[in-house]
Design a protein around this ligand. Structure first.
Ligand code: ATP
Length: 327
């Protein structure tokens, strides 16, 4: 087993609330185990430019509750090329870095897998993405916060929808996975939830709205994931307006507020546990080049090349529940 002495942590790809809690856990667990811990700024870009600095317990004080990432994040084109990764390796060598924790999405893991194979530096991935779209974990860092932000916003929209008897079509994030839509839609009592994993039949939605109108239910919320096959909230609204022009239909796209904010308790727990497990995996040597996940409340390891974008199957019963509870 290759012994690890100097490790680096970085955040890569899209940001997610809870990344700071994960950084804190990596730094403090590493220092507890007498490792030198380095921070890399702006993801892989910082590896290429040498934007690397030593971190202490104090460096991560007062960040567990903060959204965003103190290490910043970026996408880095040069890292797709061998030459770029070689440059990154040479910079890491200057600091004697012999282990890396990458907090990011599946793209970041692909990069880490290539890097570790080419330069024999073990990498551990932590799933940091609000979309919860990575195979190998029931939780991803940031999902719970994003959902709670969406719920809070939709609750407010419901107040105004109710005051004016309006139909609101609300778009939440989720290009490939509809979990934010599913969870926030159920939690806010939405009448319909549209998501990429499920075929959208606009006729069914029109039928539901007409049925609601007949029974004098004039306030309706439809939650749409941005990656829904119909093309998002604006497209759904256009189709509804064409068929039911008399309805007072409004669109609200929640957008980037879902990425920000103080992480929820659950995201802080998940991030702390995963950050700790990442350092332990670097130390034990048995789980190098794996992503840390939590499955059935246990830490699970998924090889980085299997930690791909994936959507878990959504139990169709949820849609039955949505329908019954909205009646
Ligand atoms: P998100 O889910 O938020 O998009 P991500 O980690 O999937 O996060 P990407 O933009 O796909 O985000 O990847 C982040 C960075 O990882 C890229 O900018 C690039 O530097 C590196 N990367 C991604 N895919 C590869 C790859 N196939 N080979 C080498 N590096 C890669």
């Amino acid at each position: 087993m290759k012994k690890v002495n100097n490790i680096a942590v970085l955040t890569s790809g899209g940001d997610a609330p809870g990344m700071n809690a994960a950084i804190r856990a990596v730094v403090r667990t590493g220092i507890y185990h007498q490792l030198n811990v380095y921070g890399v700024m702006y993801g892989y870009r910082g590896m290429l430019t040498g934007d690397i600095f030593p971190m202490e317990n104090q460096t991560v004080a007062n960040i567990i509750q903060r959204g965003g990432t103190i290490l910043k994040t970026a996408r880095c084109k040069e890292f797709y090329e061998y030459e770029g990764r070689k440059k990154a390796y040479e910079n890491l060598k200057k600091f004697g870095i012999d282990g890396i924790v990458v907090i990011g999405g599946d793209g970041s893991f692909k990069g880490a897998q290539k890097f570790s194979t080419e330069f024999d530096i073990p990498c551990i991935g932590l799933p940091g993405t609000i979309d919860k779209d990575i195979a190998g974990s029931d939780f991803t860092i940031g999902f719970d916060t994003a959902v709670n932000t969406a719920v809070e916003a939709i609750d407010k929209i419901r107040d105004t929808a109710d005051a004016h008897d309006r139909l609101f079509i609300i778009e939440v994030m989720g290009r490939d996975a509809g979990y934010i839509a599913l969870h926030s839609g159920i939690a806010t009592g939405a009448e319909n939830i549209l998501m990429p994993e499920r075929k959208t039949n606009i006729e069914d939605i029109i039928d539901d709205l007409q049925a609601n109108e007949r029974r004098q239910k004039l306030v309706n919320l439809i939650v749409v994931a941005e990656g829904d096959e119909f093309g998002g909230a604006n497209e759904v609204a256009k189709a509804v307006k064409e068929r039911l022009p008399h309805l007072d239909t409004r669109v609200c796209i929640l957008g980037h507020i879902q990425r920000g904010g103080s992480p929820t308790c659950l995201d802080r727990l998940v991030a702390s546990r995963m950050g700790y497990a990442a350092v332990m995996a670097l130390l034990d040597g048995e789980h190098h080049n794996n992503m840390i996940g939590i499955v059935n409340n246990q830490i699970e390891y998924t090889p980085l090349d299997h930690a791909v974008k994936a959507t878990q199957k959504i139990d169709p019963e949820w849609f039955k529940i949505v329908k019954i509870l909205a009646s």
